[in-house]
Design a protein around this ligand. Sequence first.
Ligand SMILES: Nc1ncnc2c1ncn2[C@@H]1O[C@H](COP(=O)(O)OP(=O)(O)O)[C@@H](O)[C@H]1O
Ligand SMILES: [Mg+2]
Length: 265
Amino acid sequence: VADIDPQKVLSRLADAIAAALRPERTEKSLEAVALKSADHAKTLRLSVGDKEGIVKLFSDSLEGRLAFSREHRALAGLQRLDVPKLLLVSERDRAILTRFIPGAPFERDLDVNNLLQRSEFLGQWFGRMAGIAPRKPAKGSWADYLANYETGFDHELLAAQGSLLKSAEPAHMALAHNDNALGNFILGDDKRLYAIDFEQAMMKPEGWDLFTAARAFFQRFPDDLQSISSSLLRGFRLTNANSSLPENFDQIMNVLVLANVVKGA
Ligand SMILES: Nc1ncnc2c1ncn2[C@@H]1O[C@H](COP(=O)(O)OP(=O)(O)O)[C@@H](O)[C@H]1O
Ligand SMILES: [Mg+2]
């Protein structure tokens, strides 16, 4: 991301960052370590004394601006969930400062023995998100939605499952995390599961994140799709008792994963 100059932005924001991370302000120096450079953003780990934060800096491109605004709005609206705590936002610099979450990446030690527990745990996170996420009306069936709004699905495979997808109608659209790479979840040292990286957060049919989470697990465990899907769905229902997802939503998840993976392959 050539147009992002962390040195420049951080020196401009240094006082505000230090004050947000460590209000006692006994420390003078702000230290920064680069963690990741992606298409539209750079992520750095910051420390002021013993207080640690994460700053995400977005590029000045259209995509960078959109990603910044999605991440900002989603994080602000979801602070009641286990997500990074927002400390400071600079619209001008397209910078978002959050509290560092001590823990391990969700995929660390993930294996067939804990796969179903982990899937259910992640499903629970999405169930809680669904309880507070903004919604809007949906119309039509899953088949209509995929045909009209989504690319990246194999249409022969969707057609073969036409009756399933035509009979299921999403009850509403809801804000979805929409980037369920396993690296976007942290198992906190406090044993809680945290979701990070909301730059793709968008309105999608109810249950969308369950499908993309199933796809992420499926890529690691291709023999276990059915049990992954049902565990995710079971977790979702545990924390969202009045969800309107149909009884057979795990079947819909399987079809979406396979049609999406076949097309991507
Ligand atoms: N609040 C946080 N606490 C701990 N680690 C974080 C936090 N935010 C980001 N990270 C780390 O930084 C990496 C990149 O952040 P992320 O928001 O996922 O950026 P990208 O959109 O480039 O993937 C994450 O994979 C994670 O390791
Ligand atoms: Mg990420």
